[in-house]
Design a binder for this molecule. Structure first.
Ligand code: ADP
Ligand code: MG
Length: 983
């Protein structure tokens, strides 16, 4: 359950205001809606309170990212949320047409930067500034963004380049565990706190593929090597070695199990970061081989043993301090050191340390105990025994020097492993992960530098989004009123201003090299900078200090040790000693370089400018800001919901202070009310010129195209004068666009177009930009449709022509085939006909020959006279007519209608000249002299065929009708056997 702690005293009514209960109820009542608002600029009214409630509601609903205009607010979940960073989600954001429409996420910011690089709109290079308190999630966010780019900016087509890209991405990702092992430590606020600033430049080629990266680090907190606050730890790598080394390695590095080191506090705390194997593997992937790794760990073990060397106070100033014996060994905080081993501890430590660092033992001890001074015109060398404190400082200095150089060397190795050839990349995306604003009970130079960097970044942010907006609007001739914003220039003037500031005063102390107490420095600062509104004084503080009122709150800095830390003096004897080392790594870290000597010698006679910590830091910070100014910035504000690192706990008061510290509410106000998007005229015309097509299409009447419109297309060479008409044309399309976007029931959308045309730039809101992009997408879609349509038409026509041609060819071939077939058939028919005619003639001849033989046989038989038949007169005359007209009779008999029954029989009889009477007594008659049947033939099927003499056709072979009793044919009468029987 979400634990909510309000800033008010629990349960009681707060100064006449609403009770906590009421407040809670009100909040909870609106919670359902509040958590759905994914942009804090949409909260109404925009106040710290509503913003806070919205964030709290979203945190309770496991929504950890919220937009705040141009900034992304990232709440630290303090629990694993794997689905929030899955590769599938990365691809979803990468593939989305409008990733900003998806839920706010660091991937949306990542994708936006990536698309900006692709669009090539100036400034092409991008930077993402991840800020927030220690433990708020900056490093986590940078890591996730690097993973995101490794996924999206790596899709080369060729297999070989794919492999190269994969290797580079892997190296870039591997640089994280190595840098974190050597540069991160467990602090009160964060178990994995980065103790250095980091700017990672992800280098992309012209195809927006990641070809390499470069890492720039800032101000490693090297004092941590020798001095850790209580409950804090040294850098992770020391614990990793002590916990993860094998038995052999332990022997080699003199790290027996259970050994304790004064520079290794809280070793019993086991963190997930204590993973030696992961660091070793990552180092291996970065090209640091096992022997080199062992060399590094051996040197680090040497430093740990160095920390166990303690000096006793010297009774005589002329005598150097002796090593403290075992029993009296005390650490700086007064606590007893736990000794190990049986040999006298300090003797063992110096010997072990010397052997691990491959330094001669005696010179090592001597360098720690005795100071060399050059004085006089001849630069005479004097030797002076150091006090116990000085010995300790020299010992610490040696360790810090080695560690800092080792860290820088590691960064250079990482860079040489991941850095791309300068010709192979054209653009970059920078990720800045710097330590957040810090305020501890006791703050020193480190905190001053860190907070100074944060002030600078805050100013960059303010300049970019607040002041720059107002100034630019004024320059561009826009009338716009802003909310008052907090400018931190006064604070920066106090820290780094010219000619007098805190930095210049501290540097002066170093330059003059005069003995100066902490109290004197405090007085000097307070008196010289008394006029600054950002300088304060804590009257209750017993220690000399001063207060700087930062944008994120006041911080008290103690002046004790400030100048010394700023000087960061490295006694030249120490460097010389390290140059004598036989260790291969130390030889690389401390080469024999004569120039180095003169630079590091803080001799009073030296005229060389003193390079103090502050001046070096200031220079690198300015360099960084130059890079940031030349890029398009994106901001991610990481917020820590509670300082205990607990999940589901949202402490309003803590979040509130962070919201105020990062100036988020002002940002929200400005982003909501102003015009965060500014595009130079030329770029605007270049990108949105095609919107004019939309206008002429959607409302032909609203805009009358100029006569020369056809020639006014934009080209890269279009000059300012020609830009204006084009610009106006585009701006004319905007009302149409807004109307088109407005939903019918929502008149608010149809309000005046939130675009202003300045002298050199076009100003607009985010929503307008979105609208323009939609319009552009619409036109591009129309163009695409038009191209597709033309292409389809062309394709269709081509296909149609091909189809017609194919049909023609097919028809020609078919007709040719048909003709060939018919010709063949014709030839066959002719052959059959000829053969048939021949056969018929032959048959006719044979038939007539046969019939002639039959005639002769029956010639003696006399036919009965027709008159002998007893027929009525009418029938007789009919019969005669029939006999005379026998061919007609045959036709009639053959006809289906007309002649039926007896008449038909009569016709047949007459035709056949059969005697009327009993059919059984009939005999076949031949009447050669008369017309009639000359022969009767019995066919196999049972039919009888009559051959009619003197018929128009002497013979025809026609098949009988299938119907019963039918008689067909002109000169042939066919009778079925059974029907003949009835006759
Ligand atoms: P910073 O760099 O700001 O000091 P880190 O990035 O190291 O802080 O985050 C501190 C811790 O918070 C991380 O070690 C991690 O446990 C947790 N954390 C931060 N962001 C997330 C996140 N998005 N999801 C889960 N845990 C997170
Ligand atoms: Mg960090």
């Amino acid at each position: 359950m979400l634990q909510q702690v309000n800033g008010h005293s629990s349960g009681s009514d707060a100064q006449g205001g609403k009770s906590l209960r009421e407040d809670l109820q009100e909040f909870l009542g609106g919670e359902a809606l509040l958590h759905e608002l994914d942009d804090l600029t949409k909260v109404n009214p925009v106040t710290l309170e509503t913003v806070l409630r919205c964030l709290q509601a979203r945190y309770a609903a496991d929504m950890f990212y919220t937009s705040a205009g141009c900034t992304l607010v990232a709440l630290n979940p303090f629990k694993p949320v794997p689905q929030l960073y899955s590769p599938a989600l990365m691809r979803e954001y990468h593939a989305a047409p409008q990733p900003q429409k998806l839920r706010p996420h660091i991937f949306a910011v990542g994708e936006q930067t990536y698309r900006n690089v692709q669009s090539l709109i100036e400034p092409v290079n991008q930077s993402i500034i991840v800020s927030g308190e220690s433990g708020a999630g900056k490093t986590w966010t940078s890591r996730c963004l690097m993973k995101f780019y490794a996924v999206v900016a790596a899709s080369p087509t060729s297999l070989e380049s794919h492999k190269i890209a994969e290797r580079i991405e892997q190296r870039i990702l591997n640089s994280n565990p190595v840098m974190e092992a050597f540069g991160n430590a467990c602090t009160l606020r964060n178990n994995n706190s980065s103790r250095f600033g980091k700017f990672i430049q992800l280098q992309l080629n012209s195809a927006q593929q990641m070809t390499g990266a470069a890492v720039q680090t800032y101000l490693l907190e090297k004092t941590r090597v020798t001095c850790q606050a209580s409950s804090e730890r040294n850098f992770h790598i020391f614990y990793q070695i002590c916990k993860g080394a094998s038995v052999d390695e332990r022997l080699q590095w003199h790290l027996p199990e259970g050994a304790s080191f004064s520079w290794l506090p809280n070793p019993e705390r086991t963190l997930e970061e204590d993973c030696f194997q992961v660091t070793r593997e990552a180092m291996l992937h970065l090209g640091i081989d096992i022997p080199t790794q062992n060399n590094i760990f051996q040197v680090l073990a040497g430093l740990l043993h160095l920390g166990n060397i303690w000096f006793a106070d010297s009774k005589d100033e002329a005598q150097s301090c002796q090593l403290m014996d075992d029993a009296k060994c005390e650490n700086k905080d007064g606590g007893l050191c736990i000794s190990f081993g049986h040999t006298p501890r300090e003797q063992g430590s110096i010997r072990t340390s010397a052997s691990l660092l491959q330094l001669p033992e005696d010179p090592l001890l001597e360098t720690l105990q005795i100071r060399t001074i050059r004085a006089g015109r001849q630069q005479q060398v004097f030797q002076k025994p150091c006090s116990r404190a000085e010995c300790d400082t020299r010992r610490d200095c040696l360790a810090k020097l080695v560690y800092a150089r080792l860290f820088d060397w590691l960064v250079s190795v990482i860079n040489s492993s991941i850095c791309a050839d300068p010709d192979s990349w054209t653009t970059f995306i920078g990720l800045l992960d710097v330590y957040g604003f810090e305020s501890f009970p006791s703050n020193s130079l480190e905190q001053l530098c860190i907070n100074y960097a944060n002030e600078k970044l805050q100013q960059h942010f303010v300049a970019h989004y607040l002041r720059a907006q107002q100034e630019e609007y004024a320059v561009e001739g826009l009338d716009w009123s802003f909310v008052n914003y907090q400018d931190n220039q006064a604070c920066l003037d106090l820290i780094e201003g010219s000619p007098i500031s805190i930095c210049s005063l501290i540097n002066e102390e170093c330059r003059l090299n005069r003995p100066s107490s902490a109290a004197q420095l405090q007085t000097r600062i307070e008196s010289t900078l008394a006029g600054s509104p950002c300088l304060g004084h804590n009257k209750l503080s017993r220690e000399p200090s001063f207060i700087v009122v930062h944008y994120a709150g006041p911080v008290q800095y103690h002046t004790a040790g400030l100048v010394e830390k700023n000087k960061d003096p490295v006694p030249p004897e120490l460097t010389r000693l390290l140059q004598q080392s036989q260790d291969p790594l130390l030889k690389v870290l401390f080469p024999m370089d004569p120039e180095e000597k003169s630079q590091e010698e803080p001799s009073g006679q030296s005229r060389a400018p003193v390079l103090t910590v502050v001046s070096k830091f200031k220079a690198s910070l300015e360099q960084l800001l130059q890079v940031l100014h030349s890029t398009t910035p994106h901001y991610i504000r990481c917020i820590k919901p509670n300082s205990q690192g607990q999940a589901h706990t949202f402490l309003q008061e803590e979040v509130l202070s962070q919201l105020e510290a990062c100036g988020l509410v002002e940002t929200i106000h400005i982003s909501a009310a102003g015009f965060p998007i500014r595009i130079p005229h030329q770029n605007f015309v270049e990108r949105y010129e095609l919107l004019r097509r939309l206008c002429t299409r959607t409302s032909p009447g609203s805009h009358s195209p100029s006569p020369d419109e056809g020639h006014s297309e934009w080209s890269p060479h279009t000059k300012g004068a020609t830009l204006q008409p084009l610009l106006q044309d585009i701006l004319h399309t905007l009302p149409a666009l807004t109307q088109a976007a407005a939903t019918p029931g929502d008149p608010a959308e149809a309000t005046p177009v939130p675009v202003h045309c300045g002298r050199t730039k076009v100003f607009m809101t985010d929503s307008m930009l979105e609208l323009l992009e939609c319009g552009r997408a619409q036109v591009l879609e129309q163009c695409a449709c038009c191209i597709q349509g033309s292409w389809r038409r062309h394709r269709h026509r081509k296909q149609e022509r091909q189809r017609q041609a194919a049909t023609l060819i097919q028809a020609a071939i078919r007709s040719w085939l048909a003709r060939k077939h018919i010709q063949r058939m014709h030839a066959a028919a002719t052959a059959i006909k000829r053969t048939w005619q021949k056969w018929r003639i032959r048959m006719a001849f044979l038939a007539s020959k046969e019939l002639d033989g039959v005639q002769e046989k029956h010639v003696s038989q006399v036919p009965l006279p027709l008159g002998s038949l007893l027929l009525p007169q009418a029938q007789t005359s009919l019969l005669e007519a029939i006999i005379r007209l026998w061919p007609l009779g045959l036709v009639l008999a053959n006809a289906a209608v007309g002649v039926r029954g007896f008449q038909r029989k009569l016709v047949v009889w007459a035709c056949l000249q059969l005697p009327m009477g009993n059919p059984s007594s009939y005999a076949v008659q031949t009447a050669q002299e008369q017309a009639g049947v000359t022969s009767i033939r019995a066919l196999p099927q049972g039919s009888i065929k009559f051959h009619c003499r003197k018929s128009p056709l002497p013979y025809a072979d026609i098949c009988p009708e299938p119907s019963l009793h039918s008689v067909t044919g002109f000169n042939q009468i066919l009778l079925e056997r059974h029907s003949l029987g009835h006759m």
